[in-house]
Design a protein around this ligand. Structure first.
Ligand code: NAP
Length: 490
């Protein structure tokens, strides 16, 4: 089924079949499922509903392509990735429209995601030429000890719907740069952005079988990807619940894994903070993508003496935000991904209210539709409320009070998650003390926008392991091989 309602400059970017061994193929039984617009529920496209057999063929294709791809020179791989990067940038507007249609975020944010996603391809194209080994001082002159870096092999990439473009490029780019081939399973809700990336990769001349994509039943596809011996690594971004299951499934074949899982980010505002900067950072960190990001501020911890001042500035800024369809001009916050997600967020707000929280802004589902939740500020929130203990994944800012620096640190670390944390203070000593104490993979200091291709993104504790982006991001796709060469002395 083909849809034409996207107004694409390049209609060929709308792909609905699976991408296996360089061909667009329907599911074996011809089955498809519907992709819908979260803003209104309209049908966007029917997409191949694949299962185990298509996944097996995709793994075969990736295995067959592996030798050829890993034997290309780093420079050739860099050139292919660079061409892909340029084609993505040239199609930015079409890719953003597809993304907004299936995911809901405002078009300006969607454009930002395409540029951000492409930046990882550019970065790893460059990094591919800088994969270095080592020589080690031997214990005897009769030996030479050498460390080589090799691609891991076939990599499975499973990604969520909240960044349908960038979560894929953050995996595919380093994998390909290292010489790996991939089988990707994008989220069911947002396959169109993924397929458009594959279409552009093919046009960029990336050989068949190097990138494969299957969409459909997550358990069937995931079951094959995690248990197949030819798949040497799983790179997963998604919920902690599913991540734990996939880790267990990967144990049988002792796969390497990278896990980018859920967060519960504290956003700590000390009394010496620049309040305007803290509010600007709060808006960026909390309300981007309607609060559906893993690094979203989940709990605002605000020092007693400035609690009222920070609250009223944040409430004014939140009340000035415009909720609406992502493809409408002037919209700051789009719909949530589906009505269930909105129901969950409304449930968290109501739970907090019953335990004594006060609604200072928003607090309700919008009249715009079942997926729209008003940007919300809750005050007088306490730690036992679910809104603090769970990942909200919605446009709700709960504000808690604290008195001392020690209290703030204890509250901030009181979670099994460990992805991102934010700290606002102008005291240099405090910046270091608090940053050192934060049990998180990423700490934003006086900064609400923390993610870029140059920096290592990832969590600790139950937020996962491995890093995406930066020079460290390449290590996740490389094996170390050590050569011990003897018989040097004659
Ligand atoms: P999810 O339910 O865990 O889904 C993520 C991916 O896993 C989707 O492709 C999903 O497929 C797939 N999946 C689900 N069950 C599976 C199974 N049994 N076997 C194999 N694959 C399976 O997460 P989500 O709701 O899409 O995404 C939101 C979560 O992702 C949040 O917790 C967020 O914090 C996290 N996240 C983390 C990062 C990070 O970098 N740390 C970045 C973004 C998001 P279907 O779509 O078909 O269900």
């Amino acid at each position: 089924m083909r849809e034409t309602g996207f107004n694409l400059n390049d209609p060929e970017l709308l792909r609905t079949a699976a991408f296996i061994d360089g061909s667009w193929v329907p599911a074996d039984d011809g089955a498809s499922y519907l992709v819908t617009d979260p803003a209104c529920g309209r049908t966007l496209a029917g997409v191949a509903n694949c299962g185990a057999n298509e996944t097996l063929r995709a793994i075969d294709a990736a295995s067959a392509a592996l030798l050829g791809w890993r034997n290309t020179s780093a420079k050739e791989r860099a050139n292919s990735l660079r061409r892909w990067f340029e084609l993505i940038n040239a199609s930015c507007e079409d890719l953003a429209r597809l993304l907004t249609a299936e995911q809901g975020k405002p078009l300006a944010e969607a454009r930002g995601e395409i540029t951000y996603g492409a930046s990882y391809i550019e970065w790893f194209a460059e990094e591919s030429k800088r994969i270095y080994g080592d020589t080690i001082q031997p214990g005897s002159n009769n030996q030479r000890l050498i460390v080589l870096k090799e691609p891991v092999g076939v990599v499975a990439c499973i990604t969520p719907w909240n960044f349908p473009n960038a979560m894929l490029t953050r995996k595919i780019a380093p994998a390909l740069a290292a010489g790996c081939t991939v089988v990707c399973k994008p989220a069911e809700a947002t396959p169109l952005s993924a397929f458009a990336l594959a279409e552009l990769a093919q046009r960029a001349g990336i050989p068949r079988g190097v990138i494969n994509m299957v969409t459909g039943d997550p358990a069937k596809i995931g079951g094959v990807l995690t248990r197949h011996a030819q798949v040497r690594k799983l790179s997963f971004t998604g919920s902690t619940r599913v991540g734990k299951q996939l880790l267990a499934d990967c144990a049988g074949t002792v796969k390497r894994t990278s896990m980018e899982l859920g967060g519960n980010a504290p956003f700590v505002v000390f009394e010496d903070a620049d309040i305007d900067a803290a509010v600007a950072g709060a808006l960026a960190s909390k309300f981007r993508n309607a609060g559906q990001t893993c690094v979203c501020a989940n709990r605002f911890l605000v020092q007693d003496s400035i609690y009222e001042r920070f609250t009223s500035a944040l409430v004014a800024a939140v009340n000035a935000m415009t909720l609406g369809r992502g493809d409408e001009a002037g919209v700051d916050i789009g719909p949530m991904i589906n009505a269930d997600a909105a129901d969950k967020v409304i449930g968290l707000i109501n739970h907090a209210r019953t335990l004594g929280a006060r609604v200072a802004a928003g607090g309700r589902r919008s009249k715009l539709g079942s997926t729209f939740v008003e940007p919300t500020v809750l005050t007088e929130v306490t730690s036992e409320m679910r809104v603090c203990r769970e990942e909200i994944f919605g446009p709700v800012a709960p504000l808690q009070r604290f008195t001392t620096e020690g209290d703030a640190i204890a509250l901030a670390n009181d979670t099994r998650a460990g992805l991102a944390a934010y700290v606002y203070t102008r005291d240099m000593g405090r910046i270091w003390r608090v940053s050192d104490a934060m049990e998180y993979g990423i700490v934003g200091v006086n900064e609400g926008t923390i993610s870029n291709e140059m920096a290592p993104f990832g969590g600790i504790k139950e937020s996962g392991h491995g890093r995406e982006g930066s020079r460290y991001g390449m290590d996740d796709y490389l094996e170390i091989k050590y050569l011990c060469m003897g018989g040097i002395e004659s």
